[in-house]
Design a protein around this ligand. Structure first.
Ligand code: SAM
Length: 153
């Protein structure tokens, strides 16, 4: 996300914002915190120009630039449990995760997002996911080839 912001909206990097990146998996978080990836991992969809611009080579690995990494705070979080300590959020990217939960838990998770989402904030889900029939407070907003969700006025 930060690489795309840098590419398309570089002035935004002067704003005071950060990403809070969460997962239940401590090994994934440890690797993400390190910001170090092997050749196979960086070959999965990252354009070569972005790789060269944002990573430095460390032996067999590629390490993300500190100026980008420091914008991200990594936290272990089980979405199905307590979300204590998460700040109000402007944008929530929850792609391909709701699919793992039953309807009741999906409703609880969307409720937590609803309470944390700042006015004017947006939620992005995976292509196979929706708030429809789960939380009527959200409305879908089609944007080009995708869609976001926001709270109804
Ligand atoms: C299919 S991946 C999607 C990752 C990423 N959002 C994406 O779109 O590429 C699902 C992720 O959800 C995480 N996950 C599964 N159950 C979870 C839970 N209860 N709380 C938080 N994260 C969970 C997994 O560890 C995995 O990283």
């Amino acid at each position: 996300m930060l690489m795309l912001i840098q590419e398309h909206f570089p002035d935004l990097l002067n704003w005071n914002f950060k990403f809070v990146a969460t997962d239940i998996c401590s090994e994934s978080l440890a690797q993400a915190r390190l910001g170090r990836f092997n050749q196979l991992e960086v070959n999965r969809g990252l354009p070569a120009a972005m790789l060269v611009k944002n990573f430095t080579r460390q032996g067999e690995s590629w390490e993300i630039r500190e100026s980008l990494r420091k914008r991200v705070e990594f936290r272990e979080l089980n979405l199905a449990k307590d979300w204590a300590g998460l700040p109000p959020l402007d944008l929530v990217f929850l792609r391909n995760v709701l699919i793992y939960f039953n309807v009741e838990t999906k409703k609880e998770i969307l409720g937590k997002i609803r309470r944390l989402l700042r006015p004017g904030g947006y939620l992005l889900l995976g292509g196979a996911e929706t708030t429809f029939n789960l939380d009527d407070a959200f409305e879908r907003v089609p944007i080009e080839r995708t869609s976001f969700y926001r709270l109804k006025a």
